[in-house]
Design a protein around this ligand. Structure first.
Ligand code: SF4
Length: 87
């Protein structure tokens, strides 16, 4: 039986797992997905958010990384990387 809070606790656990400390995280498919959003906080931690989760509940807002298989994958550039200039 599935508990009402299970999706929430899964998301909480996955959120803890996706922070890239101290080195860069391997986000897997999300790194090449147009629906991924890379966010960082003031402490420099980086989070990979799935925009597909906004409309499709079966996707986690913060999926456990690396994502190795995803039927929502859409080839493209994650949004916050789209405007990044090369060094
Ligand atoms: S749809 Fe899949 S691959 Fe794309 S951002 Fe969401 S979890 Fe990552």
């Amino acid at each position: 039986m599935r508990h009402a809070g299970s999706a929430e606790s899964l998301e909480r656990r996955s959120r803890a797992a996706l922070v890239n400390e101290p080195g860069p995280v391997d986000a897997g498919l999300c790194e090449r997905c147009a629906l991924a959003v890379v966010q960082s906080n003031r402490r420099g931690s980086v989070f990979w958010r799935c925009r597909r989760a906004e409309t499709e509940p079966r996707f986690l807002r913060y999926p456990p990384l690396p994502v190795v298989r995803c039927d929502g994958f859409e080839e493209g550039v994650p949004s916050s990387l789209r405007h990044e200039e090369p060094p």
